[in-house]
Design a protein around this ligand. Structure first.
Ligand SMILES: [Zn+2]
Length: 103
């Protein structure tokens, strides 16, 4: 995650371990690269768009989270904010995740 907490980041090659590296586009931060963590990825516009697409296509919360390598919580938060009409197969999953996270 960039020090400045910005979400204005671009892909910047891969680390030696094969992880996707990103670089912040703020002028103060140019030159530093970093690996995005789970919760951070869910804030990226490109990831949010993929979450919405997968929900529309009927993917469940857990399938979406696994495919995009983010947490189920991030998927739920994004869908809540994005006004996506969840289909019937997604809704029961969403409510069960809510129950477990609120415990
Ligand atoms: Zn930055």
């Amino acid at each position: 995650m960039p020090d400045c907490q910005s979400i204005d980041v671009v892909k910047h090659g891969r680390s030696a371990a094969g992880k996707q590296l990103y670089r912040c586009r703020n002028l103060e931060c140019v030159g530093r690269s970093f690996i995005l963590n789970f919760s951070y990825r869910g804030r990226l516009p490109e990831v949010k768009a993929q979450i919405s697409d997968m929900a529309i296509n009927g993917s469940g919360i857990h399938d979406t989270a696994r495919a995009l390598r983010i947490s189920p919580t991030a998927v739920i938060e994004t869908l809540k904010k994005s006004q996506v009409n969840l289909n019937k197969s997604t809704r029961p999953c969403l409510s069960s995740v809510n129950r477990t996270t609120q415990r």
